[in-house]
Design a protein around this ligand. Structure first.
Ligand code: PEP
Ligand code: MN
Length: 359
């Protein structure tokens, strides 16, 4: 549930409400909305709920106490109706602009990274990706250059001005990755690694949480809830495909998840057609499809010589293919942004969007 303060509630009244919530053994999370402050009450409420609702509703400065119907609370639109906008260096994610995250699957050398970084920057990428610690299915496959790759990524950021995103695989890596990277990525295999989620919830870096390949949307949002409830509100969701019975593609890209997520949550949504399809020639149509259904951006793998790549060779775009993708995706994004101003069809009783675009 959350406490809706009156318009113009004083700081003392807000503090008093938070103090009462803490005294009940629950955690208060304040969100300053456009007009008024709302405070989520997070924790195991159980049978005390009716008593607590009455007690909080009677406090000075409180207008109402409202239940949150979803199991995810802080990440829900009910609690936080406005879109979350993540700002990192010059990149703004979730404000309606087109986010393009591009770069190699793995950082293989300084030269390979710089050549890719320069090319994707010139073509219009807004974030540079590159794997340093690689989660590989086989223990014998290339595992990434580790800290050496983090240093190259930091140099590439200095060179291009692009913020860098890279994966953190385990709690012991969080500090070192956060020292170099601008955005921390949690990979599909770690979506329910709760100690890792809590740890990235405590650092001052945005986190991109990829969907577990066997996870429902609700499990995914509950994983995001771990990060936000640990203190980090800057979470980005990434649909990277789920496992189905289909074998022609590496995974099945769940495009319906994009508008669904915009309906359920205020967090920005990115699509990753590289890992979703596993095939270079399918990346562009699915990237465009993701933007057409309202994604805030795309993450794609790009390599100067994909066939020689040390990981995910079949799905990485060439530099030319990335330029071609940019040329075709920008107008689609512009066309879809135009739809955002239209009234939504099929909005829920809560007045929360159900249309093609999220606004
Ligand atoms: C990646 O982006 O490098 C990656 C390993 O992706 P995923 O976790 O989605 O497989
Ligand atoms: Mn990859």
């Amino acid at each position: 549930m959350f406490v809706v303060m009156t318009v113009g509630a004083t700081e003392a009244e807000i503090l008093n409400v938070k103090g009462q919530i803490l005294a009940e053994g629950m955690n208060p999370f304040e969100h300053a909305g456009a007009e008024r402050v709302v405070i989520a009450v997070v924790g195991e409420i159980g049978a005390r709920k009716p008593v607590l609702v009455d007690r909080l509703a009677a406090l000075p400065g409180v207008e109402a106490v409202t239940p949150i119907s979803r199991p995810f609370k802080l990440t829900s639109r009910e609690f936080h109706p406005e879109d979350t906008v993540v700002r990192v260096l010059d990149a703004v994610i979730g404000d309606g602009s087109l986010t393009m995250m591009a770069g190699p699957c793995s950082v293989e050398s300084r030269e390979q990274l710089f050549e890719t970084a320069d090319a994707v920057k010139a073509a219009g990428a807004t974030v540079l990706r590159g794997g340093a610690f690689k989660p590989r299915t086989s223990p014998y496959a290339f595992q990434g250059l580790g800290v050496e790759a983090l240093r190259y990524l930091a140099e590439a950021r200095d060179r291009t001005g692009l913020p860098i995103i890279t994966e953190v695989m385990e709690p012991s890596q969080v500090d070192i990755v956060a020292e170099y990277a601008d955005i921390l990525q949690i990979g599909t295999r770690n979506m329910q690694n709760y100690s890792l989620l809590r740890d990235v919830g405590r650092v001052a870096r945005p986190v991109m949480l990829k969907r577990g390949y066997g996870a429902t949307v609700e499990e995914w949002l509950m994983a995001a809830e771990y990060i936000v409830s640990s203190g980090n509100p800057n979470v980005i969701l990434c649909e990277r495909g789920i496992r189905t019975f289909e074998t022609y593609t590496r995974n099945t890209m769940d495009l319906a998840a994009v508008p669904l997520l915009h309906h359920l949550t205020h967090l920005p949504v990115i699509v990753d057609p590289s890992h979703a399809t596993g095939k270079r020639w399918l990346v562009k149509p699915l990237a465009i499809g993701g933007i057409a259904v309202g994604a805030d951006g795309v993450m794609v793998e790009v390599h100067p010589d994909p066939d020689q790549a040390l990981s995910d060779a079949e799905q990485q775009l060439t530099l030319d293919q990335f330029r071609d993708l940019m040329a075709d995706i920008v107008p689609v994004h512009e066309a879809v942004s135009g739809l955002a101003a239209r009234p939504l069809v099929g909005s829920s009783a809560l007045g929360i969007g159900g249309g093609l675009a999220k606004h």
